[in-house]
Design a protein around this ligand. Structure first.
Ligand SMILES: [Zn+2]
Length: 122
C-alpha cells in the first residue's frame, strides 16, 4: 500500500460534502479515485474517521457516514483537460475530462455529472 494513495484518498474524502453516504458508495468513490485497492480504501476510511472527517452512523441497518469535509472550490480546484478520456466513475468516453487537483496529485478524469456525484454535489 502506498502512503501517497492513502493521502490522495484522504484529500478526496475531505473534499466531499455529503451528510449521508452509504459505506459501499463511499468505498466506490475512493476506489474510483485512487485505484482498485481495498486495503488503501480501508486505511483511508479509518484515518478519516480518526481525524473526525467521517462520522459513522449505524442507525438503521446500513452503515452511513456523514462527511464533514472542507468541500472543494470548482473554480480553483477542479481543472479540465481536453483529450480522450474514460470517466473514472462510469467508464463513459469523454473529450473533456474533469480532474480534482490536490497537493498529492490529480484525481480523475470524471465527466461533468460524475464529478459532482463524487463530491456529493447532487
Ligand atoms: Zn461518468
Amino acid at each position: 500500500m502506498t502512503d501517497e494513495k492513502v493521502r490522495l484518498g484522504l484529500a478526496l474524502v475531505r473534499s466531499i460534502d455529503d451528510d449521508g453516504v452509504a459505506l459501499p458508495e463511499l468505498m466506490d468513490r475512493i476506489e474510483e479515485a485512487v485505484g482498485d485497492a481495498p486495503a488503501v480504501t480501508r486505511e483511508v476510511i479509518d484515518r478519516a474517521e480518526s481525524e473526525g472527517v467521517l462520522s459513522r452512523d449505524d442507525g438503521e441497518g446500513e452503515a452511513r457516514f456523514s462527511v464533514d469535509g472542507t468541500g472543494v472550490s470548482f473554480e480553483d480546484e477542479v481543472v479540465t483537460k481536453e483529450g480522450d478520456f474514460d470517466c473514472a466513475r462510469c467508464g463513459r468516453s469523454l473529450s473533456t475530462g474533469y480532474f480534482v487537483r490536490f497537493d498529492d496529485g490529480d484525481v480523475g478524469p470524471y465527466g461533468s455529472t460524475c464529478i459532482r456525484k463524487t463530491l456529493g454535489r447532487e
